[in-house]
Design a protein around this ligand. Structure first.
Ligand code: GLN
Length: 437
């Protein structure tokens, strides 16, 4: 069990993926499940009568929500007679077998963050700290984006155990929808990897940081875009997604992946931004022509439909809660923590996170990798996702961007995050006594 309090961040090593033991939970049946339920009952009984209300409050305090499909039967059972105490037997009878393990871990405070309350509070404190950052400008080169409220600020989180948090600075921020813009890049890259495999994908696109701005007209030595996290590379990965299919089915396919990674909630499409950007896409067309001139596209791909798919994907709309679930799916090795659906293969996630770490923040990526040391991806709408492998996925929205096109508050939040939690990829070198003798 991990311990956590505001002054003592969790000491759990975070270098490896530790996915939820989903198979084990499903397999746990009969006597074993009853024993797990009995343990949970006894743990709760030590501090008072075990009522449905107390158990519900305990689950909520651990970040487990009422729409959680993993606890469907439990929530249904807890809705009845909230203040009538259970005895051990009725408690064990009312918990569905395949839900006992999660309930008992939550009761014990043994989910990935340890006690969730202090963890969430610390994250919210960092959010408020970052809200004091008021530098930067809203992106104006896409007219529709220029309408964004510069002061909006929201944060969502989802751990690999499916514990959720979200907060907004101003009224309505927490549920505000925004388009993903460049945060589509890791997803289109992941889809291309799933469809074609790493070897094929990387004959078309490199995996080296470009060191240049996100829409620079430049290719690598092999005349490929430098990586999938900048515009040229994402135009290329869009070209690789079922190029012979019609536009609607290609875009539906991408949206289904977003939906699945978001935990089953559909993402909408911001038509106004799509049209606005389509009329101001000279630079992106220039990139596409440049790549076509160098014979970069696969034979089946058409430049115009590729551009349409790319721009549509940039205009997929979401909110911080759904985006946090996408980040959590990556943190959890490709399995959405709440629905337990395998969205991406682990190998795919490894590749995606590697490039988010080295290239996810445009020409600020080296600085970000140095100071923050986490895979992240930003977009010019002001959104950003941060992945802490094996722990949590976080999503932010704050439209004011710094010089390199990253949300200023998101960057400040990231810096503070790794001061509070040992999550920089090399933090264990400093904090883990087992590494250096
Ligand atoms: N749609 C934007 C563009 O193509 C995406 C860029 C970004 O978010 N940095 O310019």
């Amino acid at each position: 069990m991990t311990q956590s309090s505001p002054d003592k961040p969790p000491a759990r090593p975070i270098s490896a993926f530790t996915t939820r033991p989903a198979q084990f939970e499903r397999a746990e049946a009969g006597e074993e499940a009853r024993q797990t339920a009995r343990d949970a009952f006894e743990a709760m009984a030590r501090t008072g009568p075990v009522t449905p209300r107390r158990l519900a409050e305990r689950l909520e305090s651990q970040g487990l929500e009422h729409d959680d499909p993993r606890l469907k039967g439990t929530w249904a059972a807890l809705g009845r007679a909230p203040d009538t105490p259970f005895d051990a037997l009725t408690f064990c009878d009312c918990l569905p077998r395949d839900e006992c393990h999660l309930v008992s871990r939550a009761v014990a405070g043994a989910l990935v963050t340890g006690e969730f309350g202090p963890f969430r509070q610390r994250v919210y404190d960092l959010f408020h700290y970052a809200s004091q950052e008021t530098g930067g400008q809203v992106a104006a080169y896409i007219p529709e984006l220029a309408k964004a409220d510069p002061d909006a600020f929201a944060l969502g989180g989802c751990t690999i155990d499916g514990q959720r948090l979200s907060i907004g600075l101003n009224e309505g921020d927490e549920t505000r929808e925004f388009c993903v813009q460049s945060v589509m890049k890791p997803i289109n890259y992941a889809i291309a990897l799933e469809l074609l495999g790493e070897e094929v994908v990387h004959t078309y696109v490199g995996r080296e940081p470009s060191g240049q701005s996100f829409n620079e007209i430049t290719l690598d030595r092999l005349r490929r875009p430098h990586n999938p996290m900048i515009n040229a590379g994402a135009i290329m990965t869009s070209a690789l997604i079922r190029p012979t299919h019609d536009m609607n089915s290609r875009f539906d396919f991408v949206q289904r992946v977003w939906r699945s990674a978001s935990g089953g909630e559909a993402s909408s499409f911001d038509r106004a931004t799509f049209e606005s950007e389509s009329h101001h896409a000279d630079r992106n067309y220039a990139l596409a022509y440049f790549m076509r001139e160098h014979g970069g596209f696969p034979e089946e791909a058409d430049l115009f439909t590729t551009m349409e798919l790319y721009l549509r994907c940039c205009s997929i709309q979401t909110d911080v809660r759904r985006l946090a679930a996408v980040a959590a799916t990556l943190a959890n090795g490709g399995v959405n923590p709440v629905t337990e659906r395998q969205v991406f293969q682990r190998e795919t996630v490894k590749d995606v996170l590697s490039l988010m770490l080295s290239c996810g923040m445009y020409d600020f990526s080296g600085e970000y990798a140095f100071t923050v040391g986490l895979p992240a991806k930003s977009g010019v709408s002001g959104t950003m996702m941060i992945v802490v492998p094996g722990v949590v996925g976080l999503a932010l929205y704050s439209p004011r961007l710094g010089a390199q096109g990253n949300p200023e508050r998101g960057v400040e939040f990231s810096r503070q995050l790794v001061r509070s939690f040992p999550w920089h990829v090399y933090a264990p070198i400093v904090s883990d006594p087992n590494i250096a003798r």
